[in-house]
Design a binder for this molecule. Structure first.
Ligand SMILES: [Zn+2]
Length: 78
């Protein structure tokens, strides 16, 4: 009789309960480094989110940058 084994999938990192919150990062035009805008959004809301032009003070170059939705990189909050 053939025995079939069902292996567990590879261990996945623990997924936090609740919505998948992402940090909004923008690449600094002066230093090309990613900068946290300090804002977060639930990932599934992002695609539909309407974003006006926003400003933030850059932690890398100290300047004030503006960003819109296309500039944003979603990242896991640290
Ligand atoms: Zn900057």
């Amino acid at each position: 009789m053939a025995t079939r084994f069902f292996f567990d999938p590879p261990r996945r990192p623990k997924v936090k309960a609740g919505p998948n919150i992402k940090s909004l990062l923008v690449r600094c035009p002066s230093t090309s480094k990613l900068t946290d805008t300090g804002q977060t959004i639930e990932e599934k809301r992002w695609q539909r989110a309407k974003v006006k032009i926003q400003k933030f003070t850059c932690a890398h170059c100290g300047g004030i940058h503006t960003w819109t939705k296309k500039d944003i990189i979603l990242a896991r909050p640290t």
